[in-house]
Design a protein around this ligand. Structure first.
Ligand code: SF4
Length: 84
C-alpha cells in the first residue's frame, strides 16, 4: 500500500498536530498547512488542494503510516489523501 498524494482541504485551524506527527510532509504556517516541496514530484510547497501533486515515489510507502496518523489526528479532518 502507498499514499500517492496528500492535500489540505479548506478549514485548517493551524493547530500544529500534523507537523508534530509527520514533519517531513506537513508544514504549518501562520494561516494554513502546506505539503512540503521536498516530498512532492512538482517541487512546489502549497496546500496541494488543486494540484494534487504526487509524492516522490520513494516516499509513498515509507511515509504512509505517518500521513495516515496525521490525517486521523487532524481535529477538523481536512487532511485528505489518495491511497493505492
Ligand atoms: S492537523 Fe489539521 S487543523 Fe491542525 S494544522 Fe494540520 S491540517 Fe491544520
Amino acid at each position: 500500500m502507498a499514499i500517492t498524494s496528500v492535500w489540505i482541504e479548506e478549514g485548517c485551524i493551524v493547530c500544529n498536530a500534523c507537523e508534530a506527527e509527520c514533519p517531513d510532509v506537513f508544514h504549518v504556517t501562520d494561516t494554513t498547512c502546506t505539503i512540503r516541496d521536498g516530498v512532492r514530484q512538482d517541487g512546489v510547497e502549497s496546500e496541494n488542494r488543486d494540484e494534487k501533486a504526487e509524492l516522490n515515489t520513494d516516499l509513498q510507502t515509507s511515509l504512509e503510516d505517518s500521513i495516515i496518523a496525521a490525517a486521523a489526528g487532524c481535529p477538523v479532518e481536512v487532511i485528505k489523501y489518495n491511497k493505492i
